[in-house]
Design a binder for this molecule. Structure first.
Ligand code: SF4
Ligand code: SF4
Length: 392
């Protein structure tokens, strides 16, 4: 028997966290007399910021090391898993890593009565507004917390690692037990607060776990990609280029339709078009060319391609004109500019409602935590320049 665990994480920001969880599951299971094995899938080069990636851990009570590695070692992905851990709840909207064309449901691999364990401050029902239906029941467990997003290859030591291990023990002590986690953490770190964090998650996770029935969730809106078989390849290699073209307006620029990248984001930019001075900076600076020039000189955002890097919000010279907002506050990827043109007053209200009263910044480079500041509702059309800080 093999128990399979996948750890869904965001590339680079959560790379070390995903790896620590995967390898510790294997080590702790080994201390319990089982056989454990862990590996990762290198999903992008060089793990593009925010890209959905996976680590895996496998535990078997009865196979030999060689047998387990032969079963699990060379796989690029797994067909099913008993536990799917999600380290950033915005991935419940679907994941599209490089090398895995198409947007797949986050619970795609979860087996019947298996577990989807999500680090989140949202409720079960809020998350299920985005998660695809499954034909059988499974469990949705919520480990209360924010996405632990660190810097480039930086590990953010905020105890998410220990809490996820404790939660797994709470869900299935035969995979890893709380006693084995405690012994492992104390031997490795001699720090009791790490054990306490794991134990708190262990003791409470069941209260935040419920069965999801086949009726719950959404009908998955994305068509599964059909990849060619080896015998479909013609002699010689022809790689079709992305068709080039440009028309003024939403979705006017040609883009790669195979790899849309939109599932890379934790936040998306909300634009107050009434404040825009048409300075062009967002359009020029966006690293993924997500802005489409419009006939009235504004810039529409194509959210299917936006990776949520925040560069546009950083360079926009007008206060509150572009604000990064939690991705789970949005239902679709429709054009904000078209909504603005249909009804400017309704769009302004919508934008302010989405922005809310807090502005959340993830300092990705240092990985030092989430900075929350107060937002401001700027009156319609009132352009206030951003005060740029001068570093000496
Ligand atoms: S957050 Fe802004 S700059 Fe970054 S990809 Fe999205 S639209 Fe482009
Ligand atoms: S950076 Fe801001 S002000 Fe400049 S064009 Fe973009 S939205 Fe408008």
């Amino acid at each position: 028997m093999i128990k399979r665990v996948e750890v869904n994480y965001r590339g680079i920001f959560q790379k070390s966290l995903g790896k620590k969880i995967g390898s510790d599951i294997a080590i702790i299971a080994t201390h319990m007399g089982q056989v454990g094995f862990s590996n990762g899938r290198y999903s992008d080069s060089p793990e593009r910021n925010g890209i959905p990636c996976k680590y895996f851990a496998y535990v078997s009570p009865d196979l030999s090391e060689e047998e387990l590695e032969a079963e699990c070692g060379a796989n690029l992905d797994i067909d099913t898993c008993d536990f799917s851990i999600v380290l950033d709840d915005t991935m419940v909207k679907g994941v599209e890593p490089w090398g895995w064309h198409g947007i797949r449901p986050i619970n795609e691999k979860v087996t019947e009565n298996g577990y989807l364990l999500v680090v989140s401050r949202k409720s079960h029902d809020e998350l299920l507004r985005f998660i695809g239906k499954k034909p059988y029941p499974y469990h949705l467990a919520i480990l209360e917390g924010d996405a632990s997003l660190a810097g480039l290859w930086v590990y953010k030591d905020d105890l998410t690692h220990e809490r996820v291990l404790g939660a797994l023990a709470g869900l299935d002590p035969s995979l890893i037990s709380m006693e084995a986690i405690e012994a492992h953490l104390l031997e490795k770190t001699h720090e009791q607060h790490r054990v306490d964090a794991a134990r708190e998650a262990y003791e409470t996770i069941r209260q935040h776990t419920r069965v999801v029935t086949p009726e719950e969730g959404i009908d998955w809106p994305y068509a599964p990609p059909v990849l060619p078989k080896w015998f479909d390849f013609p002699e010689g290699i022809v790689v079709p280029a992305v068709e080039r073209g440009f028309t003024m307006g939403p979705r006017g620029q040609s883009r790669n339709t195979t790899f849309k990248r939109g599932t890379t984001k934790t936040q998306r930019p909300v634009v107050r078009f009434d404040l825009c001075t048409k300075c062009t900076l967002c359009w020029l600076e966006c690293p993924d060319e997500c802005f489409d020039p419009t006939p009235d000189g504004l810039y529409d955002v194509n959210y299917e391609y936006c990776v949520g890097c925040g560069k546009c919000a950083e360079v926009c010279p007008v206060q509150e004109c572009i604000v990064m907002v939690d991705e789970l506050r949005f239902e679709d990827n429709s054009s904000p500019w078209e909504a603005y043109k249909r009804d400017p007053a309704a769009y302004l209200e919508w934008a302010e409602e989405k922005k809310g009263t807090e502005r959340v910044n993830y300092p990705f480079v240092t990985g030092t935590g989430v900075a929350v500041t107060a937002g401001q509702r700027v009156p319609e059309g009132k352009v206030i320049p951003v005060k740029k800080e001068v570093y000496r």
